[in-house]
Design a protein around this ligand. Structure first.
Ligand SMILES: [Mn+2]
Length: 386
């Protein structure tokens, strides 16, 4: 398709098209044939990778093609490589160096601008995380012990402080993040990249839920787009948005604690409705997916109009009734600034968790709250000050 506008190099005596076909055999490193492709001289290496994408279930940015031990450049064509007749090439998958990405980012604490990351590495990071998210259920089922973290909104140094105080993710330090990684703060790209690198490295120890800001329409306006645009180009922002569209939206911890970024929905009657939400999906303007990422608790009883102009508010009565109908003990969510880092509601049946100290955007006092869920489902809170 992409090649339709390109012109074959001028040929003096117009040979028949059959003469021009190059047969490219693609082998994996074990020597097994992956594909046998009849290609035109003007076909680029990038186009070969796109063709392979479906056959090998490996995104094009993760593929490396080699001919005679030399890696091929995406812009090379069969003609520019001098290929004729039969050619054999090798396909390897690029490994993401998560450890290196993590260490580069960790070392960049306190910096004003983003860490020096390679765009291609971030592209691979998105591709890997997208496939991990796609493999996760929309409603994750988890067991304590687990640490739950609320909004971070580009406050990269805050994320570093949390990891420093609470410990880096490992088999014994598992994290559940409630979304709100990008926008508003100064270092969205590094915040989401560090979390994605940890996700790629330890998918079961780092659970990342989606928020209303992990979406093209919000992150286009509130900072993430500008940051990507300035340092790596719009294409990278688009790739992140594409990855966001596959993120899971809720988690059930110890079968009784419901974790989500925003809150409840009048449409929610059964948790299976969340499991059945389709991906990839942009965040819609209304409906279940929208409410889970956008709704707020309120002192007014019943369902109310939300000042945000999106979704609803839910009163204490609604929270208690829904939790009892759904057989849950607690709803844990973020999405709103609360001074003390966490705030209980509905006689302890709902909690808002906020994880940014001195939130720059609102210029109001706030604390970084983290909730710990023990193996048997007990909750304790930690507030990170200086
Ligand atoms: Mn939010």
């Amino acid at each position: 398709m992409a090649a339709s506008a390109s012109q074959p190099d001028a040929t003096e005596s117009a040979p028949s098209t059959e003469d021009l076909v190059v047969n490219v055999k693609v082998l994996n490193l074990a020597g097994s044939e992956v594909a046998d492709l009849p290609l035109k001289p003007e076909t680029t290496v990038r186009e070969i990778k796109r063709t392979l994408q479906d056959k090998v279930k490996c995104p094009d940015c993760m593929q490396c093609l080699c001919h005679q031990d030399q890696p091929l450049d995406d812009r090379d064509t069969c003609a520019s490589l001098g290929w004729q007749g039969e050619v054999t090439i090798y396909l390897t998958r690029m490994a993401l160096d998560a450890e290196k990405g993590i260490s580069t980012l960790l070392k960049s604490g306190g910096a004003q601008g983003p860490a020096k990351m390679q765009r291609t590495e971030l592209e691979r990071l998105c591709a890997i995380c997208e496939s991990i998210f796609d493999s996760e259920p929309m409603l994750l089922e988890l067991q304590g012990p687990l640490m739950v973290v609320g909004n971070l909104h580009g406050h990269f140094d805050q994320l570093l402080q949390i990891l420093d105080k609470m410990g880096h993710p490992s088999d014994t330090k598992r994290y559940l993040f409630l979304g709100g990684y990008v926008d508003r703060g100064p270092r969205s790209l590094d915040t989401v990249s560090l979390l994605f690198f940890f996700k790629a490295q330890q998918p079961d120890n780092v659970i990342l839920l989606r928020s209303n800001h992990e979406d093209a329409s919000m992150s286009r306006i509130y900072g993430f787009y500008d940051e990507c645009h300035k340092h790596h180009g719009v294409k990278l922002w688009k790739l992140f948005c594409r990855t966001f569209n596959s993120m899971p939206v809720a988690a059930l911890v110890n079968e009784r604690i419901f974790c989500v970024h925003g809150g409840l929905s009048p449409e929610l009657k059964d948790l299976n409705q969340i499991r059945q939400l389709k991906r990839p999906a942009q965040v819609p303007e209304s409906g279940l997916l929208c409410d889970l990422l956008w709704s707020d608790p309120s002192d007014t009883s019943g369902w109310g109009e939300n000042d945000r102009g999106v979704s609803f508010t839910w009163g204490e009565d609604v929270a208690k009734q829904m939790l009892s109908d759904l057989n849950l003990d607690l709803i844990c969510r973020s999405h709103q600034v609360v001074e003390g880092g966490y705030q209980l509601f509905a006689e302890g049946r709902a909690v808002t968790l906020w994880s940014i100290r001195n939130f720059r955007h609102m210029d109001m006092p706030s604390t970084c709250g983290v909730m710990m869920i023990s193996e048997d489902g007990k909750r304790t809170f930690e507030c990170l000050t200086e």
